[in-house]
Design a protein around this ligand. Structure first.
Ligand code: HEC
Ligand code: HEC
Length: 198
């Protein structure tokens, strides 16, 4: 008798314990969900899920989380200048910034700009001699250093030109040092190469 009841009882106990642990959501899942909600408005420019379809507007999809958060903090404190982005980021709470950064970092880039292969080949050489140490061989960056692979080419060009020229929209001593000697053509080649990377 015992022998036949035991497996049934064990099965029942197992089912009960599985039921007891199942429905909880982790804090990370909650943060992701909230981030997705707070990021609804961003798609008007940055595209659905952060894959931009506008050359002058960066992809946020697949960008490194700590970098995204740091840039939002720069907009919020006026260290990075863009009137619209400054106003928008200031209107969100620090908690929302964190959740949004987590959400976009977990999305895959789906829209990839077409490559200019001739420029890209010249850009690759420059990238490998000047940029690879920080931004990495695949241009995925690190925690605090931005991903550049498959970024929008016009946005890359604008950003590099701003660092080089010290226009004040974006100030970063490291990037200023590494762009100082670049010609406009070098910047165009680098942008073509990075945009073509997957
Ligand atoms: C009206 C268009 C528009 C909307 C809406 C918008 N952005 Fe932006 N965003 C831009 C543009 C343009 C830039 C590039 C600014 C520059 O470098 O001058 C930018 C830059 C950024 C950057 C810097 C990315 C990088 O690679 O350094 C972050 C982060 C960002 N936006 C987050 C957001 C978030 C979060 C939202 C929604 C809450 C949002 N943006 C909504 C236009 C927009
Ligand atoms: C010593 C490390 C280092 C080197 C070398 C370096 N970078 Fe950077 N790069 C950074 C850091 C840090 C940032 C973030 C700066 C900021 O907050 O504005 C950055 C930002 C950028 C951005 C802005 C990305 C975005 O999403 O807005 C571009 C584009 C870029 N780098 C391209 C390059 C290129 C091209 C080279 C080579 C010519 C290069 N970098 C060399 C560290 C480096």
């Amino acid at each position: 008798m015992k022998k036949t009841i035991f497996p049934a009882l064990a099965g029942l106990l197992l089912a009960m314990s599985a039921h007891a642990v199942e429905p909880k959501t982790t804090p990370r899942e909650t943060a992701l969900k909230n981030g997705q909600k707070s990021a609804q408005f961003c798609r008007h420019c940055h595209g659905v899920g952060g894959s931009s379809m506008r050359g002058d507007t960066p992809n946020l999809a697949g960008q490194n989380e700590a970098y995204l958060l740091a840039q939002m903090e720069k907009f919020a404190t006026g260290k990075r200048k863009n009137e619209f982005m400054e106003g928008l980021i200031k209107a969100l709470t620090p908690e929302e910034h964190k959740n949004i950064a987590l959400y976009f970092s977990q999305q895959a880039v789906t829209v990839q700009p077409a490559a200019n292969t001739q420029q890209a080949a010249a850009g690759k050489k420059l990238y490998e001699s000047l940029c690879i140490n920080c931004h990495g061989a695949n241009a995925y960056g690190t925690e605090k250093i931005p991903r550049l692979a498959s970024q929008q080419p016009a946005y890359l060009k604008d950003s590099l030109t701003r660092y080089r020229n010290g226009t004040g929209e974006r100030i970063d001593p490291l990037m200023q040092a590494y762009t100082r000697n670049l010609k406009d053509a070098d910047i165009a080649n680098l942008a073509a190469y990075l945009a073509s990377m997957r």
